[in-house]
Design a protein around this ligand. Structure first.
Ligand code: XMP
Length: 539
């Protein structure tokens, strides 16, 4: 699925040529994936602009391979490496081929170092949104306002140097954008939504590369259904349903791929919902939309209560990674048992590209990729092959596919909820008592968000039972209660997020309700960090 270019063999060159014929284009961009959290967003930006992009492995591709493949442009993504202390694997002769190249963050630093500019570790690490001041009139910034917000996330930085022409600067990055002959570079990330003019910058770069014949955006849902039809044929599929949007979209894709009448579809697709570490209302959503008519009833739905198994596996575990692994093993065991019972040939999951990338997977190139967290549905070995039709999508595009398929809006607009559920929202050991508290708190928070008509304006919100304890005096009694940390973010796809500025009166009301109604809670705080550098979930 995520095909990576490693060598210019006759087969790989023919594959690219074939794809160009299908897309009715004569040109393509080669993206060297340097391990950035955002590199798939570059692929999506280019897809949105109708350009064909081939993802390449920087540790395998040589200048000779690039010459043979003849890309119209090159993009080097960002990545966790440092050009000074840990130069990423890359054949630098590629920079001398004369092909228009855009380096993003690490990619910029790589070509800047190659041509002799200084790229030291910057004294001020830059994370977050800054104003870019555009300098001069380079085609890369055609149509971009002179001042525009951009998202930075880097430690090293290119220093002003006579060989690099400065095209833009921010407060802490004098060379936030630069150019040397056919090499362009930006220190920020044009692929994220916070860089509001980012799409225009990529469009400008495509024009610089002469990529004018864009292929029309095809109907992704139809393409996915056709692929699934071929894969499934008459075989049986077990799907893990969570009541959230991604697994629901996958269920609808399967329904259309199965293409049988209702009664028959039921014998080909079985949904399993695992109870235990879920939100208060997840099970009700699954029952309503999959369990019985009018909305559901077209698949066989089974609810498995794994509360005891989860608590058992989590007993004594404190570190978040350990808890995530324990959760993953119960999740696998339950599904494995159901695979056997149903005689399933495949297991389908709503895994998104975000999950793959954050688990250190994603575009599998030789560049180092940081593992941010173990995602519950990545890296499990099941006894049957997995179907992950959304593995090349992020949240907003997966929702778009859902809308194409007629998935009820009520399901699509639900806030994302992580597979490990409340486990990642409880610090320290997960106990039945803490799960109960976490559910009660989540229930109040979400209920109030809905009542205040804030739910739809927020991308995701959650409440964490922290390890901190707070002294409480309730009535005549005194003692200690958990400190609960509320958070809410604005985002488009989960790759980046901003802390939502919830009205103070709203937070005040929620805090009062939580401390009054949930005996175990001593105090409520609100988290105000953005992603990056913080992730969305606490753990
Ligand atoms: P972070 O916390 O990494 O999360 O910024 C990005 C998005 O992914 C969700 N998330 C997960 N989803 N399995 C999932 O299916 C997981 O293990 C997992 N961990 C985080 C998170 O809720 C957010 O929407």
């Amino acid at each position: 699925m995520l095909r990576i270019f490693k060598k210019a063999t006759p087969e790989t060159l023919e594959e690219i040529a074939e794809e160009m014929r299908v897309r009715k284009t004569a040109k393509f961009v080669m993206l060297f994936s340097m391990g950035s959290q955002f590199d798939h967003l570059i692929v999506q930006q280019l897809a949105k602009l109708g350009a064909f992009c081939v993802v390449a492995d920087p540790s395998a591709v040589t200048a000779d391979d690039v010459k043979k493949a003849v890309p119209a442009g090159l993009i080097l993504s960002g990545g966790p490496a440092s050009v000074e202390t840990e130069p990423p694997p890359f054949d630098e002769n590629i920079f001398d081929l004369g092909i228009p190249t855009l380096g993003v963050c690490l990619g910029f630093q790589m070509w800047a170092k190659h041509i002799g500019a200084r790229v030291p570790q910057s004294s001020k690490r830059e994370f977050g949104v800054h104003d870019l001041t555009v300098v001069g009139s380079d085609p890369l910034f055609e149509g971009v306002p002179r001042k525009t917000p951009v998202l930075h996330s880097h430690g090293d930085a290119v220093l002003p140097d006579s060989v690099v022409t400065v095209l833009g600067s921010t407060e802490n990055a004098p060379v936030a954008a630069g150019r040397y002959k056919h090499l362009w570079g930006v220190q920020f990330h044009p692929e994220v939504t916070e860089t509001t003019e980012g799409t225009r910058m990529y469009d400008n770069f495509l024009k610089i590369c002469g990529i004018i014949d864009r292929f029309p955006a095809h109907n992704v849902a139809e393409q996915k259904i056709a692929e699934l039809k071929k894969q499934i044929a008459d075989k049986k599929v077990l799907i893990a349903l969570s009541g959230g949007s991604d697994s629901s979209v996958v269920a609808y894709l399967l329904k259309q791929a199965a293409d049988k009448n209702e009664r028959l579809t039921k014998s080909f697709i079985r949904g399993v919902y695992i109870r235990g570490i879920d939100r208060p209302d997840d099970e009700a959503y699954v029952q309503k939309y999959f369990g019985s008519p009018p909305a559901g009833g077209w698949i066989e739905l089974e609810i498995v209560d794994a509360t005891a198994l989860f608590l058992d596996a989590l007993r004594g575990k404190v570190a978040m990674r350990e808890k995530r692994l324990a959760m993953q093993s119960v999740y696998r065991d339950v599904l494995e048992e159901k695979i056997k019972e149903f005689g399933a040939d495949f297991i389908a999951q709503g895994t998104l590209y975000t999950d793959l990338r954050e688990s250190g997977a994603g575009h599998a190139t030789g560049a180092r990729v940081a593992e941010i967290k173990v995602h519950h549905n990545v890296g499990i070995s099941f006894s049957v092959p997995e179907l992950r039709p959304l593995e090349d999508q992020v949240k907003d595009s997966a929702r778009g596919i859902g809308r194409d398929l007629g998935v009820p809006e009520d399901l699509l607009v639900r806030h994302p909820f992580p597979g490990p559920g409340l486990v990642v929202r409880i610090e320290g050991e997960v106990t039945a008592e803490k799960l109960k508290t976490a559910r009660a708190v989540d229930g109040i928070y979400i209920e109030e968000l809905r009542a205040a008509k804030l739910y739809e304006t927020i991308w995701q919100a959650g409440a964490v039972i922290t390890l901190s304890e707070h002294t409480v005096s309730k009535g005549d009694d005194a003692g200690l209660g958990h400190v609960v940390a509320l958070w809410a973010v604005w985002s488009v796809n989960g790759f980046t997020a901003r802390a939502a500025q919830l009205p103070y009166e709203f937070l005040d009301r929620v805090s009062r309700r939580i401390t009054n109604e949930v005996r175990e809670v001593g105090a409520v705080v609100y988290r105000i960090s953005d992603k990056p550098p913080a992730t969305i979930e606490w753990g």
